[in-house]
Design a protein around this ligand. Structure first.
Ligand code: ADE
Ligand code: ZN
Length: 330
């Protein structure tokens, strides 16, 4: 398709991407092999066959288990470099990657190992692939706020060494029952420290969680946010305040947030004036990288070329790049 090449060539940023969610089954086996880990699957196909999710938690259970093969600095490097090559092939010029340190420190992996592997790949890709990037350290919301504070305290000594990359904080994992306000104090501290703030809200959780992420956590972007349209006053606020939503269509489909992409509200949100962006979330688990998300959405929702241009431009403008750098990429 001629327009796929056109879409690929549009400069875009990926703003909602969990690096642990880019672990393809092939790499899962490779890393398990070199780390002496026995997987509960016979082969790559068995892993793919297991990816039949009914909701967010059914995915998270396999996602956290899969991350268990990431042990050495080289593992984190290889994972990140493989993602960056996919991203470059999709026309991504800037990526803001979330990572879940608690998933690794809970298994006895040193925080420094995680940072070092991610950073080596990101810095190399800046030179060899021409992709700029930032890191968003994400707290797991099913754990306590005290554990988030402990993670922050453990990471702060590394801040200076990774100051070119680690610019922000995110909040992910099981949304229902873990409202944003549970993390009000740690987000307040992160704001004082000068970090940029995002949080998952309104993926499975109610619009009230989006309101709380905005007003209590004071986030600059909402990850997902698709349930915001259930509260018209909230949606109007998001539009008026130009708060970007990092929407992940194939993720929403695979986790049952929508039952068909035709029913996805991405186009309605965009046409209502919301700052919508398109992202892949956990591409190895949801069957598509960012370009696949653009193409599937365009097909299902009849997005026009102008709308696709707007989505790509939104992604750069909603990034945490300085405005002058955004302008250079647009
Ligand atoms: N962690 C990785 N992907 C996630 C998602 N879509 N929602 C919440 N937590 C996540
Ligand atoms: Zn996510």
């Amino acid at each position: 398709h001629e327009w796929h090449a056109w879409l690929r060539a549009l400069p875009k940023a990926e703003l909602h991407l969990h690096i642990e969610g880019t672990l393809e089954p092939e790499m899962m086996f490779e890393l398990a092999g070199r780390n002496g880990i026995v997987l509960p699957y016979a082969d790559v196909q068995a892993v793919r066959d297991a990816y039949q999710f009914t909701d967010l938690q059914s995915f998270l259970d396999l996602y956290y288990a899969g991350a268990g093969v990431l042990v050495t600095e080289q593992d984190f490097y290889d994972l990140t470099m493989a993602y960056l090559r996919h991203a470059q092939a999709d026309g991504v010029v800037h990526a803001e990657l979330m990572f879940d340190p608690q998933t690794h420190t809970q298994r006895g992996i040193a925080l420094e190992t995680v940072f070092a592997g991610l950073a080596r790949a990101l810095r190399e890709a800046r030179d060899t692939l021409g992709i700029s990037s930032y890191l968003l350290l994400s707290f797991l919301r099913h754990l306590s706020e005290d554990e988030a504070f402990a993670t922050l305290e453990a990471a702060l000594p590394l801040r200076e060494a990774y100051a070119d990359l680690w610019i922000g904080i995110g909040l992910d994992s099981s949304e229902r029952g873990n409202p944003p306000e549970k993390f009000a104090r740690v987000y307040g501290r992160c704001a004082e420290l000068g970090f940029r703030l995002v949080a998952h809200a309104g993926e499975e959780g109610p619009p009230a969680y989006v309101r709380s992420a905005l007003d209590t956590l004071k986030v600059a972007r909402i990850d997902h946010g698709v349930r915001s349209s259930e509260d018209p006053a909230l949606l109007q606020d998001l539009i008026r305040r130009r708060v970007p939503l990092t929407v992940c269509p194939l993720s929403n489909l695979k986790l049952g947030v929508v039952h068909h992409l035709r029913n996805h509200n991405l186009a309605k949100l965009l046409r209502a004036g919301a700052v919508v962006t398109v992202n892949s979330d956990d591409p190895a688990y949801f069957g598509g990288y960012v370009l696949d998300n653009y193409i599937a959405s365009a097909d299902a929702l009849d997005l026009s070329r102008d709308e696709l241009v707007t989505l790509a431009a939104n992604s750069l403008k909603a990034s945490f790049l300085p405005p002058a750098e955004q302008a250079g990429l647009l």
